[in-house]
Design a binder for this molecule. Sequence first.
Ligand SMILES: [Zn+2]
Ligand SMILES: [Zn+2]
Length: 491
Amino acid sequence: MILLAAPAPAPPFQPPVIEGEGAGLEVMEESLRAAFASTSDFGPWPAGPWHVRIHPDAAAFEKATGAPAGRSGQWQGDTLHLRPWDQLRRRDLGAILRHELTHRRLRDARLRRWEEEARCLWAEGHARPPRAWPAAPPAGAQARLDRALAGGATREQAWAYRWLRAWLRGGPLPHPPEPTGATAESWTREAPVLAETVTVVWPAERLRGPMAVNGHQLSHRLGRTWRFQGAVRFQPGFPVGPLRGTVRIRAERHGWRLAWTASRTAWIAAAAEGELGADAPFEARRALAAVLDRWLDGHPRQHPAGALCPLTHCAVVRGGAMPGTIRAVEAAPPLDLDPRWAFFTGSAGGHSLSPRVVWGDGPAEAGSAPEVPEDRWTAWERTLEAAQVAALKRDVAAGLKPGQLGMRLGASGPYAVEALRLAAGRRYGWTTWPSNVCEGELRPDGSLHLKGRGWGHNVGLCLSTARFRAAQGAVAEQILAEAFPPSWRLP
Ligand SMILES: [Zn+2]
Ligand SMILES: [Zn+2]
């Protein structure tokens, strides 16, 4: 007889005592719960009560912890000290919490300081450890990393973090900084470790063929890297438009990996323009900028090292934005939307859905999105062949969360419509099953006939409506008030 050992159940999340003021406490508990779940493979959670203290201002945080300006959180005993809410909101809260909760999970693991830090950096962007960690560096390098992390000068610290990130992704390791005479270098003068920037990475598979930057042809020698600062322009016909900021390019087997790091504003503008088009009315761009700003706060940057992709998965980026879109971002209205529900959709097709209906979580009330004349996604029809339907049944587990929209496929199901839509998109392209508002009819030959409305998940700001309402003269504030019911707002 073969006995299968059941895995020991992970201890459930016991919320900490959260001390602090302001609107963020409920979001904080939810974010901690999410970070707890997504770090469970990094180590056991130590038993016993714990605390989270959100400091009222940066000075109080730095005084309590002695932490440098770039650091967002710091454990002292069983208390996680965090920067003020308004500062955390502007950084990637999910990544910060995954990092810090992993520190606590590794508390008793007796790792060297640099090893622990590397695992925490990895946990920022990954739900489980890699199959194997890269080979350890020579003893001298380990000692220098430990010294830098334990309280070296800012330059040393910044080098240590750059080194650890490069080591984790298998890239070239940066040389340590030259020693300087000044030993009491201030923490606050240069601490770019968590500066408020956003990085978009185009994978090499998407950038093939020749590449010219600012008129210079780059030679594709495997592993070679370039770094450009300022205005960067590619040759005509290249799939990425002009960028401004830091651009890193690496020649890889399948093409060019391109990483663009820029300010949060520059990313929001690029994404607003990528999603809406540069010709969209100004008020539509203002409205989407407000949603993207909240979205950045609520979504873990799911790609390695906290980067975003330039695709619909994160938000479409085709290049830097025009000055008009930058102005729209700077003039975006404040939006008290709960970042978890900061969604937008290509078109709701006149039928907006709630997060609860699509994902089985969150508010059950839907916003309003009028039917837009001449919207090509107002109504669509598709037919999936029997073999495609069979593949979707294999890909998607049957069953619904409470309140979630489902569809039966003959005798089986119900399946979450969102799960079917995503599975169809991954297998057969994203226009195969365009949206969640749809009816399906399984025909005797096993094929599935779909009739639906909209493009995307149908939740949140409908971009088609935003363009239409702005062209009618509505301002961003009105457009947002129609798209997001009060129950989606922060308390
Ligand atoms: Zn750390
Ligand atoms: Zn993405």
